[in-house]
Structures are given as C-alpha cells and as structure tokens.
Design a protein around this ligand. Structure first.
Ligand SMILES: Cc1ncc(COP(=O)(O)O)c(C=O)c1O
Length: 488
C-alpha cells in the first residue's frame, strides 16, 4: 500500500520551507499539535490532488479498491455524508424517483431534497424480541419495484446502526433485474468482508455504489470515508462531478493520511487483527449471555459483530419470583457511564448500544463484561439503583411507533421550501410537518417535511421527550413543545 503517512512524515521533517497554505505554515502555534501541523499540507508537488488524482492518491485509491473488491474506490474526507449525497445524485436523474429505506441517514433525505426527487419508502420489518428494525429483504424490494416501475435506483442501509444486515446479494439481483442500480449505505460496515464472522461487504454482493465510514468501525479519524463503484450502471464522470461539488476543495492531508494508515493496517495486519477482535468480542457475548435479566442480540449471521445491543425488558421476574419493572435504555446508559465510567455509543427507549472495534484493548471487554454482570445481578436481586426516568413506553409501544407509516401529503422537495410556523404539539395534529423530526442518534426521521402529523406521531414525540431522548427538530418554549408545520 502506498504510504502517504510515511511520505507526509518525511516531508514534515525536511527543510522545504512552505510559502503556501495552510496558514499555520507547519508550525505548532498556540495549542496546535506539532505532529499534525507538520503533516497538514496542501496540494504541493509530489502529493497529488484528491479531485484529479494521478499519482500517490490515485495509486492509494486503486489499492483500496483491490482491498474491498470494488472496481473503483474514492477516498472521502467529508464523511459518508458526502458519499451518500454523491451516490444518490449520480444514480438518480434530477426529479427522478428513488426507493429508499426509511431508516436512511439524513444525508439521503438531503440528496432527495437537493435533486428534487420523488421518494418511495421501504419500511423495514422489526425484530421479534428487540424493538429495532430488521435488515431489508429482497422480497420487500421486489414488491416495491413491481408497484412503481419508474424507480431509478434503490438505497438501503446495511448494517443498521444496531448492526442488522440486509440480504444485499439477493437485493442486488432483484434491483439489477429491473436494470437499475443498488446503493448501499454501509457507513457502519467498513470492516465487513475481512473475517468469516463478518458478512461480506456490499461490493462483494454486487451493489453498484457502496459507502463506508472508515472512521466509524475502523481505527481512523473522524470524517474519513470511502465510496466504491461497481458495474456498468453508474456514470463515473458524473460521480466525480458530484464528489467535487460535495467535498471540500481543500481536502485534509491529515485525514487522507489516516485513511491510508487504516488501509495499510488492513492489508498488512488485517487477518490477525480481525481474528483477535472476533475472538475477544465472541468471548464477551458468551459471558454476558449468561445474564438473567439483561438481553443481547445474538452473534448470528445477520448481526454485525461489534455492535452490542443491551436491552432490559419492560418486566422481569426477580430472584424472589416477583415481577419487577425493567429500566430504560437511558438508565442503562447512565449507569454504565456514571458508575462504571464506560461511555456507550447511544441510548434508545429500551436499550443502549456499546460499540467494539479491532482497536479495543482487553480492558474494554473486561470492564464491560464485569459491569453488565454486576448490573444484571443487582437487577435480579432487585437492588439496582437507577436514577432518572423509568421507561415511559413499553417495548410494545415502541414497536407501534416504529410501525407507523407516515403519509406524504406534499413532496419533500416542495414542503421544505414552503413557509412554516411553530405551533404547540397538540395543535399540530392534522397539519403537515415543516421540519424533519428525528430521534438522535442515529437520526432516523419520525416525520419528514410534507408528511401528515397524526395524533399517534404526537404521542410518540411526547413519549420520547419524557424518556429524555434527543428529539431533533422540535422547540421548547417554557413548558411547551412546539412543532414546525406548513403555514396554511
Ligand atoms: C447509516 C449512516 N449513514 C451515514 C452516516 C453519515 O456518516 P458520516 O458521519 O461519516 O458522514 C451515518 C452517521 O451516523 C449513519 O449512521
């Protein structure tokens, strides 16, 4: 693998004086970290140009493509966000029709808005025990495409934030039978395909465009990502045009060096690092599966190793045989953070999520295992001290919210540009949403601009707020919660 990192390090130690940007001139002024400042250059001789690569960056991108089994790969320094924007803008003509999973990241909705797309949603089904979305099935895609013959591309998220993996290969076959491309937002799966315990990556499954956040599940710096392209359905020149539009014209060499460093690690030590990671993670899952109250998603073929989903049921039987009320996802999260000093990734209504990658040290596994076994034993004995709000929604109620299919009264492209006003929650019933309402993280929309606001959606927003989860797109005014609606 081309070693951009080493080349930048050597350059930083050389006697070339910089009469160019960035303005720090490779000096660690103020609190700037010297190693980073020395490495942070612009497109000077010998360092290529990410937007028109012909040298070291082109070679590195080619090596990335080989590593991931893609026909072409692009390094991204504006996260998967710019990869999703570029992929959708390329795959669907302006004003065209896209079929996309409802649990897509907001970047997908932003692309639909910018490119004035018509959107049809695929609502994932739900898991049996856990109130979370499953992956998308090929059958669902096939049914949706049969109903809407003018769809120009399909977009799914796999793995999901919680680690659920879709039938990508089967979906690719269905989508290709319609002569259109499949885009997979695999932001959470840059590590896929490197070990037999992980699913193959979506390039290996036949997807046309695949987006990876290197920074999410591999040892790389925030904002680093990849976009891969395969097959004959994608116009490469158009893709490059959109990458120029959505990426900075001053790509950070620090971030690019970080991508290069990760690619090199995967190439040179990937097999051993993944073997070690999977062994430690499987050991953790095996240990915590002995819990009597807490529940974990099993490490099966549709669950991405590394995403530990920790759930406390609404009700459970304690040691005395009495029925007790469980604790909420936020309470699980707070106990792990405040008492055990373990910072989880996120809390949802009934579960919390802890992420593991190949960078975790043994201490990370041991401390999580011990904390979960301790909490479980205390729950079982009925002595766990939990602060804050108990669940105000049962798992059944969360399921009901996840199953709501909003009605699009006005297209996103028109609605988001329309005049809006803020009204109290209860007065919003029957109106059209003026803003996205998202539960964060990961930011899956409860409501999209232009969708009809129903009583059950308002009740869902109220419940999420009561559980102290972060609902984006609302406003608090004194004791009131306000929603943005389209003006009448
Ligand atoms: C499913 C999914 N896709 C895309 C993104 C955006 O990724 P990035 O932060 O690399 O821009 C996220 C971020 O959380 C995500 O969860």
């Amino acid at each position: 693998m081309t070693d951009l990192f080493a080349k930048l390090t050597a350059y930083g130690q050389s006697d070339y004086y910089p009469y160019h940007m960035p303005g720090h001139k490779r000096q660690a002024m103020g609190a700037l970290v010297p190693e980073l400042a020395r490495m942070d250059i612009t497109e000077i001789d010998g360092f290529d140009n990410l937007h028109e690569p012909t040298g070291i960056l082109l070679e590195a991108e080619k090596q990335t493509a080989r590593l991931y089994g893609a026909s072409e790969s692009f390094w991204l320094i504006n996260g998967s966000t710019c990869g999703i924007l570029s992929a959708i803008s390329t795959a669907v003509p302006k004003g065209g029709h896209i079929l996309m999973a409802r649990n897509c990241h907001r970047a997908a909705y932003h692309a639909a808005y910018l490119r004035e797309l018509q959107v049809t949603y695929l609502y994932p089904e739900q898991e049996d025990v856990f109130p979370i979305y499953r992956g998308i099935s090929a059958h669902q895609v096939s049914r949706a495409l049969a109903k809407e013959p003018d769809i120009r591309a399909v977009l799914i998220v796999s793995p999901t934030y919680e680690g659920r993996i879709s039938e990508v290969k089967e979906i690719a076959d269905v989508v290709h039978a319609h002569g259109i491309p499949l885009i997979v937002d695999e932001a959470h799966g840059a590590h896929l395909g490197f070990h037999r315990a992980c699913a193959p990556n979506s390039n290996q499954c036949g997807a046309d465009l695949v987006i990876h956040s290197v920074h999410k599940t591999l040892p790389a710096m925030t904002q680093t990502a990849l976009l891969h392209v395969n097959g004959p359905l994608i116009d490469r020149n158009l893709l490059k045009r959109f990458l120029k539009i959505y990426q900075s014209s001053s790509p950070s060499y620090v971030l690019m060096a970080s991508i290069g460093n990760t690619m090199q690690l995967l190439e040179q030590r990937g097999a051993q690092l993944f073997e070690d990671f999977i062994r430690k993670y499987a050991g953790l899952v095996e240990a915590v599966e002995k819990c009597r109250v807490l529940r974990f998603l099993p490490m099966d073929s549709v669950q991405d190793p590394g995403k530990l989903v920790i759930l406390c049921p609404d009700r459970y039987i304690d040691r005395e045989g009495d029925v007790r009320q469980g604790i909420s996802g936020q309470q699980l999260y707070d106990i792990l953070r405040d008492r055990f000093h373990l910072q989880p990734e996120m809390a949802a209504g009934n579960f919390c999520l802890a992420m593991f990658t190949l960078a975790d040290v043994q201490e990370g596994y041991t401390r999580m295992r011990d904390a979960l076994l301790t909490m479980d034993a205390e729950l079982y004995r009925g002595v766990l001290q939990a602060q804050g709000h108990t669940p105000s929604m049962t798992m059944e109620q969360v399921r009901k919210v996840l199953s709501i299919k909003a009605t699009q009264a006005k297209a996103l492209k028109d609605a988001w540009d329309s005049p809006t006003q803020w009204v109290p929650l209860q007065e919003a019933v029957g109106r059209m949403a003026g803003e996205f309402i998202n539960l964060y993280p990961p930011g899956v929309p409860i409501l999209v601009p232009g969708e009809e606001i129903t009583m059950e959606l308002i009740e869902a927003v109220e419940s999420y707020c009561r559980m102290q989860l972060t609902v984006q797109g609302i406003r608090k005014q004194e004791d009131m919660t306000l929603l943005s609606v389209l003006s009448e």
